[in-house]
Design a protein around this ligand. Structure first.
Ligand code: SF4
Ligand code: SF4
Length: 480
């Protein structure tokens, strides 16, 4: 007799109902009572229909549940082999979606935790071979590279990064003008964004960013006592008093696109709700994204295991605040939850943790092309130059090596469709190896994914229109 067994899944509850997240397909389904009972029984051991019927009295509901669960591949015949997940490597050349241009590797702040300047740095930006500022010529060559490598894509995204990006505002400004003109000539559009610490914002720069509809992300850590702890000038002075009024000016004038804040969380700065409330209510940001600091575990600001638990608790609180606000039909700017909801809604299942080396590349100040902006200028992570193009052999070798199928630790993890082993830069900093799965934060990743699944399930019942907004949106590259 045929025995059924549950396939790889993660059961969760939301809005008082059971749901299932199917790992191989990254699909989410609400379960009725019969389907839930069948799935739970088959999760413990294989059973035949007759064995299930001994326990479940409503046989019509049982048969319907078996048919439905089998159709969505939540269960399968126990004797049937589980088809292996194919190791699909994108065919080269893969179109470039986002080019992150490091227009300078210099910074006017000395944030204690910064991965570019601290003990964890990959690239020597002071004494290395890289120029401190990208030249206008290299920026133009980068634009040509982007337009060519974006292939058939109608829109090319250019993100300016640093160091402190605005230290090279003259080249940034000229690059935008040049890129718009060249893109128009080849029948494309270019979308621009940048990340800045806000110290150099001034009226003419704000005017330019607003006029040119440049997307702006501000690196800021929160209220004065939090910001001034790590985000300091070289003499140790905090930057809050300088940046807060400049950011308010920017928010007042630049209304063509939502402006976001990006917060780095460290061991000593965990008041997520207070930081969020300050940055939205008191400063006026439209959205706020949080990221734990990337650093070796022995640094004082590194987040410990207990710290990750604390961070998860605070993220959960803010995620449920997001839920209630969204159900009430109002905007909430906790971008971490929104980004994950979008991935869940689209059934994203990642073979690679992010677009780095795929649709996203970083360009160093000398025009070297690397995995992403965090590796820009590192010879060990170089994929060519903007003049000579992408080294397809190196790119293919990277993708072969970093595919999720090679991360044996992740092969039994239900969160792998979204995590896929985690950021290469984090892995490089923690383990000295970009191929390594980020096993130090698995509990955090699974805990956070569970929270987002619950919020997703609640919204699917209480405000499905909110989720429907993701149906038509193109997935964006996330630059962290
Ligand atoms: S790094 Fe950890 S959480 Fe992420 S997919 Fe691998 S095992 Fe899962
Ligand atoms: S997630 Fe990590 S590897 Fe990927 S783009 Fe961001 S910093 Fe680079």
């Amino acid at each position: 007799m045929t025995a059924w067994v549950a396939r790889e899944h993660h059961r969760f509850e939301a809005a008082g109902k059971p749901f299932v997240y199917l790992v191989p397909s990254a699909a989410i389904f609400a379960l009725d009572d019969a389907a839930d009972s069948v799935l739970r029984m088959l999760s413990t051991k294989p059973r035949t229909r007759e064995e299930l019927a001994d326990v479940m009295t409503d046989h019509a509901a049982l048969d319907a549940a078996i048919a439905e669960l089998s159709r969505v591949q939540a269960i399968g015949i126990a004797a049937a082999p589980i088809p292996p997940t194919p190791k699909v490597i994108p065919l080269a050349p893969f179109p470039l979606t986002t080019m992150v241009l490091n227009v300078t590797n210099q910074c006017n702040l000395s944030c204690t935790y910064c991965y570019e300047y601290g003990e964890d740095k990959i690239v020597d930006t002071e004494n290395g071979k890289q120029p401190k500022f990208m030249s206008e010529e290299t920026a133009r060559e980068s634009v040509e590279f982007m337009l060519k490598e974006s292939g058939a894509n109608k829109v090319a995204h250019i993100t300016f990064f640093g160091g402190e990006t605005l230290l090279n505002f003259p080249v940034l400004r000229k690059t935008i003008t040049y890129a718009r003109q060249r893109a128009a000539e080849v029948g494309k559009d270019v979308d621009f964004s940048l990340t800045t610490n806000a110290t150099l914002l001034k009226p003419e720069i704000i005017e330019f960013l607003a006029e040119e509809r440049v997307g702006v992300t501000i690196s800021i850590d929160g209220p004065k006592e939090v910001q001034d702890k790590f985000r300091v000038f070289q003499n140790g002075t905090g930057s809050y008093d300088l940046v807060a009024p400049k950011i308010k000016e920017l928010l007042k004038r630049h209304r063509s696109r939502p402006i976001g804040a990006r917060v780095t969380l460290t061991s000593g700065k965990m008041d997520v709700k207070r930081i969020y409330q300050h940055l939205t209510d008191e400063i006026g940001f439209w959205e706020v994204g949080f990221a734990p600091v990337t650093t070796s575990p022995n640094r004082a600001h590194a987040i410990s295991d207990g710290g990750y638990d604390e961070m998860l608790g605070q993220f959960r609180d803010l995620a449920f605040e997001f839920l209630e606000t969204t159900v009430a039909g109002r905007h909430h700017g906790f971008s971490n939850v929104k980004e994950t909801l979008e991935e869940l809604h689209k059934g994203v299942s990642k073979a690679f943790p992010c677009g780095a080396g795929l649709g996203l590349l970083g360009v160093a100040t000398d025009g070297d092309v690397a995995l992403c902006h965090r590796f820009a200028g590192s010879d060990s992570h170089k994929f060519g130059t903007v003049r000579d193009g992408v080294d397809r052999g190196a790119q293919q070798a990277f993708l072969e090596q970093h595919h999720i199928a090679n991360k044996t630790d992740c092969s039994v993890c239900w969160a792998r469709p979204l995590c896929s082993g985690g950021c290469y830069h984090e892995a490089h900093t923690r383990y000295g190896d970009t191929t390594h799965a980020n096993l130090h934060y698995c509990n955090w990743i699974r805990g956070w994914t569970e929270v987002c699944l619950q919020v997703y399930g609640e919204l699917s019942e209480r405000n499905p229109a909110f989720l429907a907004q993701f149906d038509d949106e193109e997935m964006k590259e996330l630059v962290s």
